[in-house]
Write a protein of this length. Structure first.
Length: 160
């Protein structure tokens, strides 16, 4: 990704993170779980520079497939495209929002958050994030990943 797009994506993630005080982490990943960019309140509170990145990479690896699984379920059941997914934990929410064809934006927030307000703010940046991912990153899916997905889709009767 070029420096201009990287800086713009970083600014967008910081805006999302700090516009709503209950937001703890925000990250963008592709639908295979590869981390693209992340911001966390841990940046300010931690002396360990790798804490945010390590956390975000691990979380990306298992949350993007959760979103993709919901998308496959929706297609299989003829419910339409999944646009967002909310997971409620005992003390936090995780909200996944699809960004274009290839991306997922993930936020971890306190349960006291106004989910509607958070989604409204994310929606205001969604088109710009999608543009950066689609036109600037040129996300390339590995052939093996595409082959595995095609086999899975064929097995459950969906077209790729």
């Amino acid at each position: 990704m070029n420096a201009k797009d990287s800086n713009r994506l970083d600014k967008i993630l910081k805006d999302i993170l700090y516009k709503i005080p209950e937001t703890l982490h925000v990250m963008v990943m592709d639908r295979d779980g590869n981390l693209i960019s992340a911001r966390s309140r841990w940046d300010v509170n931690s002396k360990n520079q790798n804490l945010e990145k390590d956390f975000a990479q691990t979380v990306s690896a298992f949350t993007a497939p959760m979103f993709e699984s919901a998308a496959i379920q929706g297609a299989f059941m003829n419910f339409g495209e999944v646009t967002s997914q909310l997971t409620e934990y005992s003390s936090k929410f995780m909200i996944l929002i699809g960004i274009g064809e290839e991306g997922v934006l993930n936020t971890f927030v306190e349960k006291t958050v106004s989910v509607q307000n958070l989604i409204r703010i994310i929606e205001s940046y969604k088109h710009e994030i999608s543009y950066i991912l689609t036109d600037q990153l040129h996300l390339i899916k590995t052939p093996i990943t595409q082959e595995i997905k095609a086999l899975f889709y064929a097995e459950i009767g969906l077209k790729t």
